[in-house]
Structures are given as structure tokens and as C-alpha cells.
Design a protein around this ligand. Structure first.
Ligand SMILES: Nc1ncnc2c1ncn2[C@@H]1O[C@H](COP(=O)(O)OP(=O)(O)OP(=O)(O)O)[C@@H](O)[C@H]1O
Ligand SMILES: [Mg+2]
Length: 251
């Protein structure tokens, strides 16, 4: 069953000579329960695509269908509720709420939705991510890697049907990256979650069911499930290595 689908998705920033065609017609479909890695050079449009998939920003044209619903036909308020119920988003720059402590950040989406907190579930995420001693810290008292782990905990806390993660391991050492990845995979299997993850890490990409490669706002391989590109390599690490850390790429 297809849970996520885009049709000729385009996003242009600016206009005239300075226009940037961040997405130049993306057709992508993702099956329920699938774990998809998105790779591509810096500036190729990966984050823009993920934001559109999560309904965080509206496209210039084209559509995104989530669980049979054309999400951009929803009004802003409806879209916000839909997103909160269905999607867990790990942002490239974390987007933690600075005035809330770690625990409050993690449970915020659940509370905003008026749902009960599954304490055992939250405790197990916190423990796996090694955040037990940081729960009362404010985000700006944490390292980049710790903030990233809080962002991951927040995305998993509400057991969303779809997890959209923008380089969730970009700031983590290789062992913690492996822990995060196995946490996401276990969670994915337990709750039948669909995962779309941007990564520059070749080893992590290889663990996905499928690798979607983006160049200049277009998918160049891995558009559909079970295409030959799933076995394609990550260009000998060229994509990954050139781009540096998440912070470096953002400047
Ligand atoms: N808000 C914006 N306004 C103008 N241009 C933007 C905006 N956001 C992204 N872009 C441009 O759109 C293109 C795609 O950006 P995007 O952030 O999607 O790349 P990316 O593949 O996620 O890169 P990275 O690996 O560095 O995170 C880039 O040329 C970028 O400069
Ligand atoms: Mg990005």
C-alpha cells in the first residue's frame, strides 16, 4: 500500500534571474512500512523535498498525497493537525523550543494533540538515546549531538505513522548513529512506521530498503520500490564526504 506519493512536485524560491528551482518535478511513491534513504549533494533539494512531504511548506506546483489525502488541499489549521497526528519530523537544525526543557520538548507534540503520554514508551526512547540525565536541561545547554538526540526522541515519542528525518545522525559519532538507527528500525517495525531519512552517511543509506538519489531537484534513481537503483552505491562516498557536517553545509 502506498502511503506517501508526490506528483510532479515543484518548488521555486525567488523569481526572475535569481530563481532557484529547488524541486524540478519530483514523482516519488513510498510504501507503508518502507525505510527510504534520500541521498544527494548539498543543495540538491533534499530538505526541501522532506519539508513538502511533511506539509511544512507549500509547493509551487504538484501534489503530495499522504495516506490517500492530498495534503495541500487542507487548510493550514487542518494541515497542522494532520501533520501532528501522522508525522514525526526530525529537522536538520533540530528546531527545539528554547524555553522548554528536554522532557517538555519530547512530549510537546503529544500534549499539543491532547493525547495521553505513554510513559513506558517515552522512558525507553529516553534511555536508548542516553538522555536520562539531561531531562531538565534547556536546549541551549546541550551539545549539538544531544540536541539532535532530543529531536529524534520528540519525533518518535508520538508513535507517528511516518517519520521524516533530515540527517538525524549528522552530528552523532558512529556508535551513537548506529544506536539511533537501530532504535528507528525497531520502532519502525514495532509500529509499522514508514521512514524517509536524508543521510550523507553511506553505511546508513545502505541499511535502508531503498535509496532515492536526488540531483538538482530531480530524482535520478530509486523513484519506486524495487527498482534496480536500490542496489546502487552512494557514488563511492562522493556525496557524503564532500558535504562536511550539517553545520558546515548550512553556512
Ligand atoms: N528558503 C529558501 N529561500 C531560497 N532558497 C532556498 C531556500 N531553501 C532552500 N533554498 C535553495 O534551494 C536549494 C535546495 O536546498 P535544500 O535545503 O533543499 O538542499 P539540501 O539538499 O537539503 O542540502 P544540504 O545537504 O546542504 O542540507 C538550494 O539551492 C538552496 O539554496
Ligand atoms: Mg538539507
Amino acid at each position: 500500500m502506498t502511503i506517501l506519493q508526490t506528483h510532479d512536485l515543484k518548488k521555486q524560491y525567488g523569481s526572475g534571474e535569481t530563481a532557484v528551482h529547488a524541486l524540478a518535478g519530483i514523482d516519488l511513491s513510498v510504501e507503508k512500512g518502507e525505510f527510504v534513504a534520500v541521498v544527494g549533494t548539498s543543495g540538491s533539494g533534499k530538505s526541501t523535498l522532506l519539508h513538502m512531504l511533511g506539509g511544512l511548506d507549500r509547493p509551487t506546483s504538484g501534489s503530495v498525497t499522504v495516506d490517500g489525502r492530498d495534503i495541500f488541499s487542507l487548510k493550514d489549521e487542518e494541515l497542522t493537525i494532520f501533520r501532528r497526528r501522522k508525522i514525526g519530523f526530525v529537522f536538520q537544525n533540530y528546531n527545539l523550543v528554547p524555553v522548554l526543557n528536554v522532557y517538555e520538548n519530547i512530549v510537546l507534540p503529544i500534549q499539543l494533540d491532547g493525547r495521553a503520554i505513554d510513559k513506558a514508551h517515552i522512558d525507553s526512547i529516553i534511555e536508548t538515546l542516553g538522555l536520562q540525565t539531561k531531562l531538565s536541561n534547556l536546549p541551549n545547554n546541550l551539545s549539538g549531538g544531544q540536541q539532535q538526540r532530543v529531536a529524534i526522541a520528540r519525533a518518535l515519542a508520538s508513535k507517528p505513522a511516518i517519520i521524516l528525518a533530515d540527517e538525524p545522525t549528522g552530528n552523532l559519532d558512529s556508535r551513537t548513529s548506529q544506536d539511533v538507527l537501530s532504535l528507528m528500525k525497531v520502532s519502525g517495525q514495532k509500529y509499522a512506521q514508514t521512514i524517509v531519512m536524508i543521510t550523507h552517511n553511506e553505511e546508513i543509506a545502505q541499511l535502508a530498503d531503498r535509496i532515492v538519489r536526488i540531483e538538482d531537484g530531480r530524482i535520478v534513481s530509486g523513484r519506486q520500490t524495487h527498482t534496480a537503483s536500490a542496489s546502487g552505491s552512494v557514488s563511492g562516498g562522493q556525496t557524503a564526504r564532500r558535504a562536511g557536517t550539517a553545520e558546515e553545509r548550512q553556512v
